[in-house]
Design a binder for this molecule. Sequence first.
Ligand SMILES: Cc1ncc(C[n+]2csc(CCOP(=O)(O)OP(=O)(O)O)c2C)c(N)n1
Ligand SMILES: [Mg+2]
Length: 376
Amino acid sequence: MAKSSRTTSKQDATFKGSVTETSDLKPFQILASDGKPVREDLIPDLELVETLYRKMAQMRYLDDKFFALAKQARLGTYAQFGGQEASQVGSAFALERSDYLAPMYRSTAAMITHGWSTKNAIMYWRGHPEGWRLPDNLNILPIIISIPGQYVHGAGAALGAKLKGTNQIAMTYIGEGGTSQGDFHIAVNFASATNAPCVFIIENNGWAISVPRAVQSKVDYLMRRAEGYGIPGYLVDGNDVLAVHHTAKQAVDDARAGKGPSLIEQMTYRIRPHTTGDETKAYRTEDEANDWIANRDPISRVKKFLELEKRWNDDREVAMIAEIESEFAEALAAADAAPAPDPRAILEYAMVNPGQNLIAQQAELERRIAAFGGAA
Ligand SMILES: Cc1ncc(C[n+]2csc(CCOP(=O)(O)OP(=O)(O)O)c2C)c(N)n1
Ligand SMILES: [Mg+2]
C-alpha cells in the first residue's frame, strides 16, 4: 500500500451545534468525512479497516431490522444505536475476548462486536429470559437501563481483575446526558484512585432523549472531566471508526500495562429516535439528522476510503449484504424457534427474597395463568 499516493483531507470543521466555538480542542480524526485521510501515518492495515467496515455495515442492517421487528410487535421497546456504529464497533473491537464490557441500553453494537450473538440480542429485546442471561463464555455484565450504573460496574470489574492479576481490563459506555449523574463521577474517581484498568467511554450523541447536549453542563467538552480525576482524557470524532479504534486501543493498552483508567469522549449523533417509543419531531428538526446522515455518516466514510484504496467495489458490497442478510435470517429463525418462556420467569429473577409487593404480584400472575388455562 503506497501511502504517499493518497490525497489527504484537512480536518473537518468543529462540530456544528456544540458549544465549542471558542474551544481550542478539536476531535481527533484519521479520516475526514469525505473518506480521505487526515493522518496518513495512522492508517492501519487495510484488512483491519475492511473488518471494521463490514462489522459496521452489519450493525446498521441489524439496527434497522430490530426497529422493523419492534414495529411489527416481534420485539419489545428497542434503543436504536443507528449513527453510532463507528463509536461502538471501533471501541469494542479494541478489547480482547476475555475483557469485561459493562453496557448500557444503547450498547447492542458494542456487545455484538465483543461476541454476543445476534440471536441472543433478539431474545433480550424480546424480553425472553434466554436473552437476559449473558453467556458464560462472555465477560459482558448485565445491560443497565438505570443510567450511570454500568460505569460503577465497569470500575468494579476492572479493580477486581487488577486485584486478581488476571490481566483483563474493562470498558464501559455512557451517553453525554449520563455524565450529569453522580455515579459517573464516583466511578471515574474510584477507578482513578485505585488505578483500576477501566476504559470509560462517553458516547456524545447530542441528545439525552429530548434534552440537547448544550444544557447538560457548562463545560465545552465532557472529556475535560478527566483532568479533574488525574487521568488521560481523549476527544475523538466518534464517526471516524479509525480514530475511535486507534484511541480505544491506546487506552486499552495503557490500562493493561498498569497505567490506570482513561476517559474518551466520542462525538457522534443518534440519527434514529431515542427508542422505538420516541418521536423526534417533538424536539428536533429532520434537517438536523439528515445533515448527519448525508454528510457525516460513519459507514459511508470508511467505505469511501476503501473505494479510494481500490479495496472495495459494488460486487463486494452486494456479496457482503447477501451474507449479512442470510446471517440475520438464520439468527431470527433460531430466536423464533425458541420455546415461549414460562411467564413466571419475569418475577423469578427480580429478588432472591421477594418483598410484599412482589409476593402480591406473583399471586396475581398465578391467578392470570390459571385463567388462561394454566398455560406456562
Ligand atoms: C437513573 C435514570 N434516570 C432517568 C432515566 C430515564 N432516561 C432514559 S434514557 C435518558 C437519557 C439518556 O441520555 P444519554 O445519557 O445522553 O444517553 P443516550 O440515550 O443519548 O444514548 C433518560 C433520562 C434512566 N434510564 N435512568
Ligand atoms: Mg445522548
